[in-house]
Design a protein around this ligand. Structure first.
Ligand code: PLP
Length: 400
């Protein structure tokens, strides 16, 4: 039996069975559905993307996987070179893993050990954001701040080594004055907090965070697992404010195979580069640098530039603003739009009950959660397809 995610198995609705997935469409036995959420925001160029599929097939003809323990191979070498050249600044050191959660775990472990390797064992605390979501493994849950996902941790009581703040500069400055010398890292989903409710905040907050991290010698971690690859209208927010460690996942392979990477700047790598074996990073997922995933990721990066995705995401933002901004209904709390993400937040989760089936009947696959009805569609959608997604959302409020 399949144990489905985030679901009460006893009373969950039967999932839609997908028989074919092509471009931005999912096909069930009786419907062709425009996917408005890109399979948890990962299938950014659509399904069965020809270049990515070809890259995977060509690599599969050679070999699918060999471990990176004592072995290496062309696909992983080419991908790490490509990432180093493509990512901003000296974000050049690529540690691969199999999922976004693990990439964030690795980032947090790196930050802690960065100080331990320098003989500073009292930098134990991580600063994080209220409403943060960084994954479902234990350490990522502890820096997360979303009761709906992380309530299980309450059995341990409050974690003394994690401090959460709102995305306000005054709170940020206060936290650094109070905790600055105990912190090893400040971790954020930059500009757009996804699973915590599609919350958006200003770049000024991150610029100030960069200054304070420099002043207090704290590592700045950007979890761009969701925001990376254009979603905010920037290729990476890291292009605007340079973090010390960057975690990427989801769109890395165009959503075709699970893979992720934690990329460090030179100063982080240097703290591990030593004769002492205990200064090595003791982490090694079995499937890190999987050859099929690396081939897919290389093709995904090439596509990003070919399709001019950053410009496309900005255009999607314009379309969303035209279609949604100003739309009102007493049940709507706020409409938020940034890059390739648009979210209608309602006051009451009941308002969205039944929306998924309503959208299904109108040819759209949607998956609102809690009080958030949102779209994070693949970048290849035409304007008409995008507008259809927003029309269905508006129709829901007009009809209900
Ligand atoms: C910001 C962020 N970080 C980490 C993760 C975890 O990624 P994964 O589901 O691949 O473990 C997610 C997943 O939604 C995410 O949105």
């Amino acid at each position: 039996m399949i144990w489905y995610p985030y679901q009460q198995m006893k009373n969950m609705n039967a999932p839609y069975e997908i028989l074919k997935a092509e471009g931005p469409y999912l096909y069930t036995k009786d419907a062709k559905l425009l996917d408005s959420i890109s399979s948890w925001w990962s299938v950014i160029y659509g399904y069965h993307q020809p270049q990515i599929t070809a890259a995977i097939c060509q690599q599969a003809e050679k070999f699918s996987h060999v471990m990176l323990g004592g072995l290496t191979h062309k696909p992983v070498e080419e991908l790490s070179e490509k990432l180093a050249a493509w990512l901003p600044g000296d974000l050049d050191y690529c540690f691969f893993s199999d999922s976004g959660s693990v990439a964030v775990e690795v980032a947090l472990k790196m930050a802690l050990q960065y100080y331990v390797n320098r003989g500073e064992n009292d930098r134990r605390t991580v600063l994080a954001l209220e409403h943060a979501y960084h994954g479902d493994t234990f350490k990522t849950m502890s820096v997360g701040d979303d009761e709906d996902y992380h309530f299980i941790l309450q059995v341990y009581g409050k974690n003394p080594y994690v401090v959460h703040i709102p995305t306000e500069i005054a709170a940020l400055e206060k936290a650094f004055v109070r905790y600055g010398h105990e912190l090893n890292a400040f971790i954020v989903e930059p500009l757009l907090q996804g699973a915590g409710g599609m919350r958006m905040y200003d770049i000024a907050f991150l610029k100030r965070a960069r200054e304070l991290c420099d002043e207090y010698d704290v590592l700045l971690i950007f979890d761009e697992v969701a925001t990376g690859f254009g979603r905010t209208g920037h290729r990476f927010v890291a292009d605007v404010v340079l973090p010390d460690i960057l975690a990427l996942g989801k769109g890395l392979t165009g959503g075709h195979i699970g893979h992720a990477v934690t990329v460090a700047r030179k100063k982080v790598f240097t703290a591990f580069y030593d004769d002492a074996p205990e200064k090595a990073l003791m982490h090694g997922p079995t499937f890190m640098g999987n050859a099929l995933a690396c081939a897919a990721a290389k093709a995904s990066i090439e596509l990003y530039d070919q399709l001019n995705v950053t410009a496309r995401a900005r255009h999607m933002e314009e379309v969303a603003r035209k279609e949604l901004a100003g739309f009102t209904d007493p049940r709507i709390r706020e409409i938020r739009i940034m890059g390739g993400c648009a979210c209608i937040e309602v006051y009451n989760a009941e308002t969205l009950a039944g929306y998924q089936q309503f959208a299904y009947e109108r040819g759209v696959f949607a998956r609102p959660f809690l009080t958030y009805l949102y779209s994070m569609a693949p970048y290849i959608l035409t304007d008409e397809e995008l507008i259809h997604i927003y029309d269905v959302m508006k129709e829901w409020f007009r009809n209900a």
